[in-house]
Design a protein around this ligand. Structure first.
Ligand code: FAD
Length: 421
């Protein structure tokens, strides 16, 4: 009998897992089920080229449709998987239909963390999928006042794009500095300066308490135009500061989509718990991408990552596991962020750092490296417009090569020489 592998979700992990299954020798059916109406597309451009209008949907597809056809990979789009019955090896869809699987891959990703304020107001947005971008674009007008809640990477990337499009942009951040959760203060200072140079106002230490509507302005509801929705007017902070807003974008993090796994009785702990082979406790179910809590041998601990390279690499491992092969996932985490003319590339994971060393100047110009160390050991590097150092950092970290803080800081020291030794 022909076997069936069902993949839940059609993001970066699914787009890799399905063709990898064929490469690993899976001859059975492959069905990808997604609650979005599109075949897999690159998510990073949503806060970059797609929002800026520099690319359209067909230019951000991860693979052309023909590739899936060639590999006999089928889709059920706009379809939500509601539950898994692991004993029967079936899943139930939102319309009640049941489908049987032999192998199941959970590639459910993550969703935006919602704030308990601003719901239902026209002009208040989140940013996770193509529809979100389209809704934001409909609210973009030159000189409109945009307030972005959250000074993480997505908030700052969005700020950069909106500024380029001619809006007045304010970023409101609860912590003392932007990027506080993910980067050193030297990196935060750098981005705060650059955004100020570009004309973006960054307000830190501001806790948003309410998003208020304009009693005069109402917008026709997009689905039922006769229903008028109140429009956003101001963002109000708990210290009574107010920011006028024609549009608000909330970027306060994501939560992993683990409910399917949880209700199926699988272990969940800030992500679906998998081993280095992307296997859950159920021998017929694997998981990959943003939704997993997985071990990383290079780092020596378990973690959950929100990055494209993680989703892609882990999906390859998951595909191999489905086919009975062992290809442990053991990649160095890396990530990138584009803002204005700056490409930030991050190698490694800076958790637990006790020292930061700079190569180059974060106070002037637009390129430098922040190296993160713990007990003298290199953990990670944030490389702004420094692709050469990024490549070297990846190698130093992957090979665990010794390097001193002085060598990292010294622009005249050839880091490449460490690879040769
Ligand atoms: P996702 O891409 O989230 O895909 C999961 C899919 O599963 C979604 O379509 C979801 O709707 C669907 N789904 C979930 N549950 C169900 C269900 N029950 N039934 C059916 N379908 C379901 N990463 C980087 O490395 N670099 C960047 O510069 C970068 N920029 C980003 C910018 C933005 C605006 C966003 C939103 C993310 C960015 N990321 C970036 C993060 C990156 O996009 C994610 O890490 C990546 O998308 C994870 O892929 P995934 O396949 O695990 O999950």
């Amino acid at each position: 009998m022909t076997q069936t592998c069902i993949v839940v979700g059609a993001g970066h992990a699914a787009a890799q897992l399905a063709p990898s299954l064929r490469q690993e020798g899976w001859e059975g059916n492959i069905l990808i089920i997604s609650d979005e109406p599109y075949i897999p597309y690159h998510r990073p451009p949503l806060s970059k080229a797609l929002l800026a209008g520099e690319k359209n949907l067909s230019e951000i597809l991860i693979r052309p449709e023909a590739i899936y056809e060639k590999h006999n990979i089928h889709f059920r789009l706009s379809t939500r998987v509601e539950s898994i019955q692991p004993t029967e090896k079936t899943i139930r869809l939102h319309d009640g239909e049941q489908l049987a699987y032999d192998k199941l891959a959970l590639c459910t990703g993550s969703r935006v963390r919602k704030m308990p304020i601003g719901a239902g107001l026209a002009g208040v947005h989140y940013l996770r999928n193509i529809q979100d971008v389209e809704a934001i674009k409909a609210d973009i007008h030159p000189h409109a006042r945009a307030v972005i809640i959250g000074g993480g990477y997505i908030g700052l990337e969005t700020a950069a794009v909106l500024k380029k499009l001619g809006l007045q942009v304010t970023v409101v951040e609860m912590m003392d500095r932007v990027l506080q959760r993910v980067a050193a203060s030297e990196v935060s200072e750098f981005y705060t300066r650059v955004h100020a140079e570009e004309g973006v106002r960054i307000e830190t230490g501001k806790v948003v308490g309410a998003i208020e509507a304009d009693p005069q302005a109402q917008t026709a509801h997009e689905l039922t135009p006769r229903v008028l929705t109140p429009r956003v007017q101001q963002v109000l902070c708990t210290d009574n500061t107010r920011y006028d807003a024609d549009l608000v974008i909330i970027g306060v993090g994501v939560v992993p989509n683990t409910e399917l796994a949880e209700t199926a009785g699988l272990a969940v702990d800030n992500g679906i718990v998998v081993d280095e082979l992307a296997r859950t406790e159920d021998p017929h179910i694997v998981a990959a991408g943003d939704c997993t809590n997985h071990p990383n041998k290079l780092l020596g601990y378990r973690l959950r990552l929100e990055s494209v390279p993680n989703a892609t690499d882990q999906a390859k491992t998951a595909a191999a596991s489905i086919c009975g092969k062992q290809k442990p996932y053991c990649s160095l985490p890396w990530f990138w962020s584009d803002q204005y003319d700056m490409k930030l590339q991050i190698a490694g994971f800076n958790q637990g750092y006790d020292k930061v060393v700079l190569r180059g100047d974060n106070q002037t110009g637009r390129g430098f490296v922040a190296w993160y160390l713990r007990a003298g050991i290199l953990l990670a590097a944030d490389c702004v417009n420094r692709p050469k150092e990024f490549m070297l950092a990846k190698q130093l970290l992957s090979k665990n090569l010794p390097v001193t803080p002085e060598q990292l800081a010294d622009e005249s020291f050839e880091l490449k020489s460490l690879l040769r030794s």
